[in-house]
Design a protein around this ligand. Structure first.
Ligand code: 26W
Length: 868
């Protein structure tokens, strides 16, 4: 039900929305019920039409538009305009273009009523918007010139923008890439998420080298990229009582009601008018003040009620892969799914179709289990509000939802205590029990006398406390389930979903290997390479950016020395760009003729940044043991790390501390400095990734086999001509298949070995000294205080010495060998460049356009809708 913030409207009859249709002139008009023809909705048509205009995209018009925004939107003038003001004015000017395209796109959808898809994600890691919008609109050159004429430099303005950091890592950035591809492929795809007041925390490094977290007040200076929709408001209820009544229905009442308010973020497609929508919800108290408390003089309590509603969307949870059970997080999940479903159903109802046709018009993608409450919520709406029978409702639900799993790590599979759920969402808990009953009966029928199976498949995990297993609910309630790389999808089928495959059949469980948008991850972040590719392929830029397999055309030039030279020059210039950034932020000058070796991603034991830093220390100790003459033959290397650790993840934070302190010692050593430098770049973000990735020669993707579902930065590095050192895991495997195994550096044990090795660690451990003397020496040097007080690192080192769950001792020697092969390959620079060109040229498969087309055709059944 739509409600409105205007208290005057309470109790007023709700007007039925008028039916609209788009006229031949492109404007939205009413249909005259008698003639069936369009009639102008209000006022004088000519006056309206004179005011409605397209936007002129020539340089003088753009300059004019920017100046106009300085004057009016910002109320500022040329004489006191700084870079930030100029950025804002440019942003408003670009936004005008987006709004017009957005309006046309949405009108087109309304007119054609196609089936639509909705991507529900608790995270959208969008990064900056200005550069992306200009490139997608094809207006960057014009804006560069216009801004120049106004006495500013466009690149400086672009850097004024704060990242929209509404995500943790891979899952959130994938959602952002998918929105870009959805719009670029002209698909009717909207995103739904939360408008966190504070995004992912800002990471600071203390003098001791420890991670500190500061809030990210990204909305501090208004955000030009969002449109508040004060008229799109829904009620969301929490707590209260659910009373069952006749016909399987229930009445849920009482408790707390909060408002969800929509903010729209425009998502421009590349080289198309299609501009889709990302709708983010903000929570607000239903009544600004609880007047009863206020009248009774309890001012504090009155304010408290408004505070608690606002708290729901105040901050992004900074955990990835761990920790749930927090009531506020569950509140976020329900708030967001309830508001999104109301919005989706309101739009569907405008079509005036029977509710049973919902799956013909709506597909909803669940990005991991975070939005799984949408399943019982849609059941509740269909049964309690739409009067459908249980079976009809279930039929609809299981045809609307699709579920993507993004990790098989057991500690990352969401579970919520039944007691928490019962209290916060009493009606949903009833529905979950009812789903479970029917489901387990069906399982028992297919597999009689198999109680263990029933216990494993149940939505409820018995124990203290009892938990609801969200992944089981998502699997049961969805039309299809998919993993995010071939190996991962196979692991989903054979481990966490084994029983479900046996029950539903294997065809319900698919794979869509992740992808990345080449617009942001090549054209935008690496303009020099983009230009070189365009010049070389002799194709319009849009041709290869929209069909990335066209990069294969570069293969013809692999042996062309002139082309190799240009390719090398681009890489070098990207290294210089990064070095400049490092010097200006950290005051440290790196050697740009060295090989750049990069590992950037969330800090997690399974991603094994520890393996990397232990390898770096091993290299340092080795260099120290060489004579100066021997050292001269060594390939100079700069090792770069970046990434955030969850604030409560002690071991991951210790890894950061070890990296920072090892770097201090190594970088200060005059004997080795020329050959090895190490840096931890604080506050990793989308924007920092855009600087780092194009500068890398080699990047590390070294997770314990079977733990990294896909990885997506591996694709970004390779697309930009960086080579990959990695384990046989996630999408690394498919990258090697595409670019050729001779072009990647694989090492380490394989997925099937992992279980046995872990068993060995637990029951008959072999001491590190015996397994890898080199590693033992590294650990001892750290303990002995070579990189600062060794006792600080003991808990981290003990994860390796004892238990070694992530198999660092097992993979260390083969890792060092792989790095030696990297060095050897780099010595022959021509061969290296060839590998680099080969790699980039064969990355076509990993465009997120391929993924989104796959989802559109094989999952959602939606079609492109061209805007005329
Ligand atoms: C409840 C805590 C929590 C929060 C986030 C558990 C799990 C998650 C995410 C599902 C973790 C995640 O981001 N997974 C990553 O998803 C990427 C996109 O598919 C993959 O490329 C990464 O391999 C995977 O780790």
């Amino acid at each position: 039900m739509t409600s409105t913030v205007d208290p005057k409207s309470i109790g007023q009859p709700v007007k039925k929305p008028r039916r609209h249709q788009r006229s031949a002139t492109g404007y939205l008009g009413d249909i005259d019920d008698k003639t069936g023809k369009e009639k102008w909705p209000r006022g004088e048509e000519e006056v309206w039409k004179a005011g409605l205009r397209g936007i002129d995209a020539d340089v003088p018009s753009i300059s004019k538009s920017i100046v106009n925004h300085v004057q009016t939107s910002l109320a500022r003038q040329a004489y006191n305009l700084d870079d930030f003001g100029a950025y804002q004015a440019a942003a408003y000017s670009v936004r005008d273009n987006l709004i017009i395209n957005w309006n046309e796109t949405q009108m087109n959808y309304t007119r054609k009523s196609p089936k639509r898809a909705y991507y529900l994600s608790l995270e959208f890691l969008m990064g900056r918007a200005l550069d992306n919008a200009m490139l997608n609109l094809g207006l960057k050159d014009q804006y560069t010139a216009s801004v120049d004429k106004l006495g500013f430099n466009l690149e400086d303005l672009i850097h004024q923008e704060r990242d929209a950091g509404l995500g943790n890592g891979g899952l959130g950035r994938l959602a952002a890439c998918y929105l870009d591809s959805g719009a670029s492929q002209e698909l009717p795809l909207w995103g739904y998420g939360l408008r966190y007041k504070y995004g992912i925390f800002q990471q600071l490094i203390s003098p001791e080298g420890a991670q500190l977290e500061a809030p990210d007040p990204w909305l501090e200076h208004s955000n030009p990229w969002e449109l508040p929709r004060v008229d799109v408001v829904y009620d969301v209820r929490f707590y209260g009582h659910a009373e069952r009544i006749e016909g399987g229905k229930a009445v849920w009442s009482g408790g707390q009601e909060v408002l969800a308010i929509a903010y729209d973020v425009m998502v421009p497609g590349y080289d198309t008018k299609t501009t889709n929508n990302l709708r983010l919800w903000e929570s607000k108290p239903k009544r600004g003040f609880d007047l009863n408390s206020f009248n009774a003089g309890d001012y504090e309590r009155a304010v408290e009620s408004s505070n608690s509603a606002a708290a729901i969307t105040s901050v992004l949870y900074p955990n990835d892969h761990t920790s749930f059970g927090k009531e506020l997080r569950l509140k976020q999940q329900y708030f967001w799914t309830a508001a999104s479903l109301q919005d989706i159903l309101r739009r569907f109802k405008n079509l005036e179709k029977p509710i049973t046709e919902l799956p013909d018009y709506v597909a909803i993608q669940l990005n991991d289990t975070h939005p799984t409450l949408a399943i019982p919520e849609l059941m509740r709406i269909l049964i309690d509000e739409e009067d459908l029978s249980w079976d009809k409702a279930w039929q609809i639900v299981t045809n609307v939802f699709f579920f993507t799993n993004h990790t098989v790590l057991p500690e990352a599979l969401e579970k919520w205590p039944v007691s928490l759920m019962e209290n916060l969402l009493p009606r949903h808990m009833q529905i979950i029990y009812d789903i479970n009953l029917g489901f387990l009966q069906a399982v028992a029928k297919k597999f009689p006398h198999d109680l263990d199976r029933l216990a494993r498949m149940s939505l409820i995990e018995e124990g203290f406390p009892k938990n609801v297993r969200m992944a089981n609910l998502a699997v049961i309630g969805s039309r299809k389930v998919n993993g995010v790389a071939e190996l991962h999808s196979e692991l989903v089928r054979t481990t966490i979903c084994k029983d479900f495959v046996e029950f539903f059949g294997v065809s319900k469980f698919g794979n869509v290997t992740n992808g990345i948008t080449p617009r942001r991850w090549l054209d935008q972040c690496n303009p020099l390479l983009s230009q070189l590719i365009t010049d070389t392929l002799k194709l319009p830029k849009a041709a290869w950016l929209k069909d990335l397999t066209k990069l294969q055309g570069l293969l013809k030039f692999v042996d062309d020395t002139a082309f190799q030279k240009k390719w090398t020059a681009v890489k070098h210039s990207n290294k210089e760009r990064l070095a400049l950034y490092i010097e200006s932020t950290l005051g440290y000058k790196i050697n740009t003729s060295a090989m750049f070796d990069v590992q950037v991603k969330r800090l997690h034991e399974y991603k094994r940044q520890t393996l990397n830093i232990l390898g770096v220390i091993h290299r340092y100790l080795w260099l120290k043991g060489l004579t100066p003459a021997e050292r001269k033959k060594v390939n100079p290397k700069v090792v770069l790390f970046a990434g955030k650790a969850a604030p409560g993840y002690y071991v991951a934070k210790l890894t950061i501390r070890l990296i920072v302190n090892a770097a201090r010692v190594i970088n200060a050593d005059p004997e080795t400095k020329e050959y090895l430098e190490v840096l931890f770049l604080p506050d990793y973000s989308v924007s920092l990734a855009e600087l780092l990735i194009p500068a890398s020669d080699i990047s590390q993707h070294i997770s314990t086999a079977g733990t990294e579902a896909s990885g997506t930065s591996n694709m970004k590095f390779c697309l930009n001509g960086g080579l990959l050192v990695g384990t046989v895991d996630g999408a690394n495997i498919e990258i090697a298949e595409e670019v050729g195994e001779e072009n990647v550096f694989f090492f380490g044990h394989l997925t099937p070995d992992v279980e046995g090795l872990r068993y060995q660690h637990a029951y008959s451990p072999i001491p590190v000294e015996q397994k890898s003397p080199g590693l033992a020496n590294v650990l001892n040097q750290i303990s002995a205080g070579r990189f600062g007080d060794g006792s600080v690192y003991e808990p981290l080192l003990n994860t390796v010495r004892q238990g070694d769950y992530y198999l660092i001792t097992d993979d260390f020697d083969s890792y060092i060998q792989a790095l030696a092969m990297v060095d050897e390959a780099y010595q022959n620079r021509t061969e290296w460049i060839k590998k680099s060109i080969n790699t980039s040229a064969r990355m076509g498969k990993f465009s997120s356009d391929r993924c989104i087309i796959d989802y559109a055709q094989e999952y959602w059944n939606i079609e492109p809708q061209k805007v005329a």
